[in-house]
Design a protein around this ligand. Structure first.
Ligand code: AMP
Ligand code: ZN
Length: 460
């Protein structure tokens, strides 16, 4: 099986060749845990879950390591903690915010049918590795100390006469242009406008750790160095795939590459850089001010997680997605149908017609089209392919039962009405049987008559 992946750095689709096929390694930037995750945040989680499953399918479950971090030190977390728990010492309030938000995130993405990554490192548990990277960068001349901060110098990186990558190569930006376009209000401790923070001093009460590079006051890490440290600790200096949303290419991933390659004298951090496109809602950018900001948690009250998952995967991961109610309704209908025909069938090998498009840079839209064709031709292969994609976690009865529960329809009452209708039909009282059918329709129940009797389901 040949897997091809689009790499943001080389800007081409390339055959995926793992560094070690017995230990395929992938890192994806995870959430900053300060608030409910929104449906845009769900996109990378679902997309890279599909890639994780596909890699496990190709290389074997024991041979794929997926690391997705939890950013639990960040100014947004501090602000939230101070606002939500004003009576508590800041550190305790922060712990409450990160614990609650982290647990909510897990509940949300579990419901979306995503496997837990192999490791979910927390930033606060990797401060030692961050300090180590920072020390190396200062010693190497790539970073400097100023006013209790440590700053990384992209200009020092690009001036180094070595096999390091160029700063700006990932995001295709030239450092000269970045310097020319820099804002005027650059922090006074920066030598150059393009320098970015590796470490900064903490204010009293804020989370703080002993600082690197001989700085006397305690401080905390910048966001970018957190990912370099966690990826290093769990995947090594050089690994296979690094993923995240397209908005992370610059500055976050550009800075991660810079830190890791300069600290470890490497030409590369990851061999393939993968980025998902953005999600908008009903053709508008999602934002709190527009009032169209939807959390996964809210959506899960109205839709099963697998419906959200299917809806996400109908679009290729690199294209923008327009998240609409209409599309969600269609996804729900499709899943109802697949559950009915395939959930209780012993799954066969996932169909080649589904796996092949996935091997072509995760073409899930084509894979889903193939699922529709399989429904008519090979239901066991459909069931196998759906499971590979993370669907059919329930039985057909559980799925239907949940729908009934969510609709508030009383199954006993429906059964009673259907029995009355059958009796009316037997005595040829069609006026009465039509009346009962309309009554059921008004309750949102659709009935189907066949030789075996009458079955029913909740209409979507
Ligand atoms: P954040 O919490 O903003 O750092 O985002 C966490 C992850 O969600 C990152 O990989 C982002 O790129 C991704 N992300 C955030 N907003 C969206 C969106 N509207 N569409 C797709 N991905 C998003
Ligand atoms: Zn990151």
């Amino acid at each position: 099986m040949e897997l091809r992946l689009y790499d943001t750095l080389s800007r081409e689709k390339r055959t995926f060749v793992p560094i070690d096929a017995k230990d395929v390694r992938m890192y994806v930037c995870g959430p900053t845990v300060y608030d409910f995750a929104h449906i845009g945040n769900a996109r990378p989680v679902i997309v890279f879950d599909v890639l994780f499953r596909l890699l496990r399918h190709i290389y074997g479950e024991a041979h794929v390591k997926y690391v997705r971090n939890i950013t639990d030190v960040d100014d947004k977390i501090n602000d939230r903690a101070a606002r939500d728990f004003p009576g508590l010492p800041l550190n305790e309030a922060i712990r409450k915010v990160t614990e609650q938000t982290g647990a909510q995130f897990h509940a949300d993405v579990d419901a979306l049918g995503c496997l837990r990554p192999s490791v979910e490192p927390r930033a606060t548990e990797h401060i030692g590795e961050m300090r180590e990277i920072i020390e190396r960068l200062v010693k190497g001349g790539f970073a400097y100390v100023a006013e209790d901060h440590v700053l990384f110098s992209p200009q020092a990186m690009n001036a180094a006469n070595s096999s390091l990558p160029r700063y700006g190569a990932l995001s295709k930006r030239s450092l000269d242009e970045m310097i020319a376009g820099a804002r005027v209000d650059v922090a006074p401790y920066k030598r150059d406008a393009t320098d970015f923070v590796l470490w900064k001093p903490s204010k009293p009460g804020e989370p703080s750790w002993p600082s690197p590079a001989g700085i006397a006051v305690e401080g905390r890490p910048g966001w970018h160095v957190e990912c370099s440290a966690m990826a290093w600790k769990h995947l090594g200096e050089h690994f296979d795939i690094h993923g995240g949303g397209i908005d992370l290419v610059f500055p976050h991933h550009e800075n991660e590459v810079a830190q890791t390659c300069c600290a470890f004298h490497r030409e590369r951090m990851a061999n393939y850089w993968m980025h998902n496109g953005f999600l908008q809602v009903e053709s508008e950018k999602m934002s709190k001010s527009l009032g169209n900001f939807i959390t996964i948690h809210e959506l899960l009250k109205d839709w099963p997680g697998e419906v959200l998952r299917l809806n996400m995967l109908k679009t290729h991961y690199r294209s923008p997605i327009d998240w609409t109610l209409k599309s969600l309704e269609e996804s729900a209908k499709t899943l109802d149908d697949w559950y009915r025909v395939a959930a209780d069938v012993a799954p066969g090998e996932p169909a080649a017609s589904v796996v092949e498009p996935l091997l072509d840079d995760l073409n899930t839209s084509l894979a889903i089209a193939a699922l529709h064709s399989l429904r008519a031709t090979d239901v066991p292969a459909l069931a196998g392919a759906l499971r590979l994609l993370g669907f059919l976690s329930e039985t057909a009865a559980q799925w239907e039962g949940r729908k009934q529960q969510a609709s508030g329809v009383d199954a006993g009452e429906v059964e009673r009405l259907i029995a009355e209708r059958t009796a009316a039909r037997t005595r040829k009282d069609f006026g009465e049987s039509d009346r009962i059918r309309d009554l059921l329709a008004a309750m949102g129940v659709v009935i189907k008559d066949s030789k075996e009797g009458t079955t029913w389901e909740i209409a979507r």
